[in-house]
Design a protein around this ligand. Structure first.
Ligand code: PGA
Length: 246
């Protein structure tokens, strides 16, 4: 059985002192987890977190990566730069990037391609808004978002991680029920299987108000291979409880 993946997404939170405190507490409690563990930190703190995590079981992740290789792209951070800091995963297409930074499905697909090209595993986020869910468009939306990534990456798609994050569940305390999440995960799994013979190895994460109390029931679903955790990843005790549940 493939190992589950629990990835924290700190978003734009933290500072030097708080990061150190949080990571030290996570490292003190994590032991030898049954799952893979990563933390996705603000890029300003990659160097700090790389050194705090050195030699530990917790891997480093970025929250975004440029769709470009190098050059005149002010403010962007390339996949090669992330490699320099030992980054193992990069989130791409988080709904906050799609919503506030206008990232299209095609831009997200290119970002995934750049990451893969540098040996970084993209965590590709897909998910519907509340309006889309209520209009019965959930499946159509997530399939369209994933299709762009499949088109751009061909057989390499077996090397990605996918995170299903319903936008209405992110940071709202409203979690998808395990059944709602499983239904969408099954759709994504089938789409990936049709695209790649090695799709079974792709981890499908759930994200959106996953916390210490609901993690176990979400993670017990057959197609939920882990979680992308926002708010609860900022508290060591909660993050450790989720890791233990996986
Ligand atoms: P949340 O965020 O756990 O705070 O809902 C998840 C995410 O946005 O990745």
């Amino acid at each position: 059985m493939k190992k589950k993946l629990i990835a924290g997404n700190w978003k734009m939170n933290g500072n030097l002192a708080a990061n150190e405190q949080l990571l030290k507490a996570v490292l003190a409690g994590v032991g030898q987890p049954a799952c893979r563990v990563a933390v996705s930190v603000p890029s300003a703190y990659l160097a700090q977190c790389q050194s705090l995590l050195a030699g530990s079981v917790v891997e480093l992740a970025a929250q975004d990566v440029s769709a470009y290789e190098s050059g005149a792209y002010t403010g962007e951070i390339s996949a090669l730069m992330l490699r320099d800091f030992g980054v193992r995963y990069a989130i791409v297409g988080h709904s906050e990037r799609r919503q506030y930074h206008g990232e299209s499905d095609e831009a997200v697909a290119l970002k995934a391609q750049r990451a893969l090209g540098c040996g970084i595993t993209p965590i590709v986020c897909v998910g519907e808004t509340l309006v889309e869910r209520e209009a019965g468009q959930t499946v159509e939306v997530v399939k369209r978002q994933l299709a762009a990534v499949i088109r751009a990456n061909g057989h390499c798609v077996s090397e990605i991680v996918v995170a299903y994050e319903p936008v209405w569940a992110i940071g709202t305390g409203k979690t998808a029920t395990p059944e709602q999440a499983q239904d969408v995960h099954a759709v994504l799994r089938a789409q990936l299987k049709a695209a790649s013979p090695n799709a079974d190895r792709i981890a499908l994460l759930y994200g959106g108000s996953m916390n210490a109390a609901n993690a176990a029931s979400l993670l017990s679903q057959p197609d939920i291979d882990g979680g992308l955790i926002g708010g609860a990843a900022l508290k060591a005790v909660d993050f450790l409880t989720i890791i233990a549940a996986a």
